[in-house]
Write a protein that binds this ligand. Structure first.
Ligand code: 2HA
Ligand code: ZN
Length: 270
């Protein structure tokens, strides 16, 4: 058995949480990530039959039965993942139609997965139905997206169009746009169900006055999506109070669609 601390999925997770902390997106225990792994990947580094503990989840996701996830821990700080990965991260296998998770590695101080586990697992199920290659659900509190939810309409089409207009790359990176959930109580099955519903049509879901969720085929893709949306929101927050003289027009967006072979969300461009 190889040392799990050398597993690419673990080193990537450590780099990503550290990077996100350094971006200021994950203050204190803010943010959480789950990464879907194959049994082959996991069994190189850990005995999948040696269950340390069984942790109840409080919800059902039968679609994920038998699937493995590396996930950040509840109450844990992204800042600290690099120093104590075995305390701050856990590797679990989903069993009993999602109602329980077998802990195979990590959470070594007796901890458990993020309080947002319902949203993570329900969003994985929703994204996998759209894209079987999806592996990552990522949540964080980026400053400018958060700020924008206080001063911009939360209408999904308007929110998306504003972000697209802030940088040329946006429509190329997230042609599916950004869905928006009005403020809801976090850490609940209800916000999980609502987020997963929004994940069916976009890989980015804003939680108003809270933060952002991103989905992707790997950690880089989910990170890059969030990074691009956050940059657009930063530009918006720099200019929103100033007279707008120029913008990216819908005609120009159509040129980007053709040049980069992407299709903007149906009905979002004139
Ligand atoms: O647990 O970000 O939404 C930290 C959070 C909750
Ligand atoms: Zn949060």
């Amino acid at each position: 058995m190889k040392d799990i601390l050398t597993a690419p999925f673990l080193t990537e997770m450590i780099r990503t949480t550290t990077n996100m902390y350094n971006h200021g997106w994950d203050e204190r225990n803010g943010g959480n990530i789950s990464l879907l792994l194959t049994e082959n990947e996991v069994s190189e580094y850990c005995d999948v039959n040696k269950v340390l503990r069984v942790i109840p989840t409080g919800f059902k996701t039968p679609e994920l039965d038998g699937k493995y996830f590396l996930v950040t821990g509840t109450g844990k700080y992204f800042k600290n993942v690099q120093y104590n990965p075995d305390i701050n991260l856990g590797l679990v296998k989903i069993i009993d139609e999602g109602e329980n998770a077998e802990l195979l590695w990590g959470f070594s101080d007796g901890g458990k997965f993020t309080s947002e586990f319902p949203t993570h697992m329900m969003s994985h199920a929703a994204r996998l139905a759209v894209n079987p290659d999806n592996k990552v659900i990522m949540h964080c509190h980026p400053n400018n997206i958060l700020a924008m939810t206080y001063v911009h309409s939360l209408d999904e089409k308007e929110f998306t169009r504003t972000l697209w207009q802030m940088c040329t790359e946006c429509i190329i990176v997230f042609p599916d746009g950004v869905n928006v959930l009005k403020w809801m109580l976090c850490g609940t099955n209800e916000i999980g169900i609502a987020t997963a519903e929004k994940m069916k049509t976009a890989r980015l879901v804003v939680w108003a006055q809270h933060g952002l969720y991103g989905a992707g085929a790997d950690l880089d893709e989910a990170f890059g999506l969030i990074e691009t949306a956050e940059k657009a929101a930063e530009i918006y927050m720099k200019i929103a109070h100033l007279p707008l003289i120029n913008t990216i027009t819908d005609e120009q967006m159509h040129l980007l669609e053709v040049r980069f072979n992407v299709k903007a969300r149906e009905g979002y461009l004139k």
